[in-house]
Design a binder for this molecule. Structure first.
Ligand code: NCD
Length: 319
């Protein structure tokens, strides 16, 4: 298997073979997760610590379930109540945890680059569960698996629109990288205030009109308006934003008739997406994304654990 990585910090470090290896293994876990007995021993004996310095519902639950189904001992650190609040630095917290010998550390942090920094300080596998506006690799991988399954196994040469608050979105960044590496055509659609110029360097097409941008696309990926990351007037009003950029049936009609609708959650219904479109089981794959999330995280932790064990065996032989 081709996946020679010690950590999963971003899509940036992965090549198309790594991505395919991970998605193929995730398929095995999709099947396992649909059985009555959802258990494997891929992580038996290993300790997984989840450190979420930012609120999360689905990502944290998904990583927790993924670790438990693979037999790991999983601990969720309550970061709100931790020593961080007492002034301890990220690195001190990490070193303290490191002394407890975890094998997998799942980290979400509000600062871009914080997870990379942490990975340099610990001797276990680190998974980035979202760092600031930088990357959210498991989200892009679960999105890729959802697309590949919905498009009959294909993840190449698709027209994919990523719409909305691109500027503040680590989901958009990781998806642009992944879908680009797999040779898809990417269109970014959003108001210029939420779609800064550097994005044009990613080899994507940029639109500020939904109807133009959605024309004949295979995939419509909506993003949440990240109000918590905005420090000023990026949009005139939510009403106006919905009118121009919210996905409703009229705008979706510009996409291909079999185009799928995606959203990473949590959704602002009536702001970036119409509730009826989100719930339309013929178009929306939002629930599938959640299902694929558990399988993709199982695959990522399984691959990293194999590498971790191999490194430890080598080190043991050398000693
Ligand atoms: C995303 C995140 O946290 O980056 N959500 C998620 O992981 N499910 C997107 C978002 O918060 O809008």
């Amino acid at each position: 298997m081709s996946f020679a990585h010690a950590h999963l910090l971003g899509i940036e470090q992965l090549n198309p073979f790594d991505i395919t290896t991970l998605l193929d293994l995730a398929e095995v876990y999709v099947d396992l997760n649909r059985r009555d007995i959802k258990h494997s021993d891929a992580l038996t004996g290993l300790t997984q610590i989840n450190m979420f310095f930012e609120n999360s519902t689905r990502t944290q639950a998904s990583f927790e379930l993924a670790g438990k189904r693979l037999g790991a001992d999983v601990m969720n650190m309550a970061m709100q109540a931790s020593s961080i609040k007492k002034g301890e630095t990220l690195i001190d917290t990490a070193m303290t945890l490191n002394a407890m010998h975890p094998d997998l550390l799942v980290v979400r942090h509000p600062h871009s680059g914080a997870v990379d920094l942490l990975a340099q300080k610990v001797n276990c596998a680190v998974l980035n569960a979202g760092d600031g506006k930088h990357e959210h690799p498991t989200q892009a991988l679960l999105d890729a698996l959802t697309i590949r399954r919905a498009k009959g196994g294909r993840l190449q040469r698709l027209n994919i629109a990523i719409c909305g608050d691109i500027a503040h979105s680590r989901v958009a960044r990781s998806n642009i990288l992944l879908l680009g590496k797999m040779e898809n055509r990417i269109r970014l659609i959003g108001p210029p205030t939420l779609l800064p110029a550097p994005f044009k360097e990613f080899g994507v097409e940029v639109y500020d009109d939904m109807r133009d941008g959605l024309k004949d696309v295979d995939v419509v990926m909506m993003l949440r308006l990240q109000k918590e990351r905005m420090d000023g007037g990026f949009i005139p009003s939510e009403r106006e934003y919905y009118h121009r950029y919210g996905l409703d049936a009229e705008k979706l009609a510009y996409a291909k008739p079999d185009a799928i609708v995606m959203h990473p959650g949590p959704m602002n219904r009536g702001v970036e997406i119409d509730g009826e479109i989100a719930d339309d089981i013929n178009r929306s794959v939002i629930q599938e994304q959640v299902e694929m999330g558990v399988a993709v995280r199982m695959a990522a932790m399984d691959l990293l654990a194999r590498n971790l064990r191999a490194r430890r065996t080598d080190a043991g032989v050398m000693a």
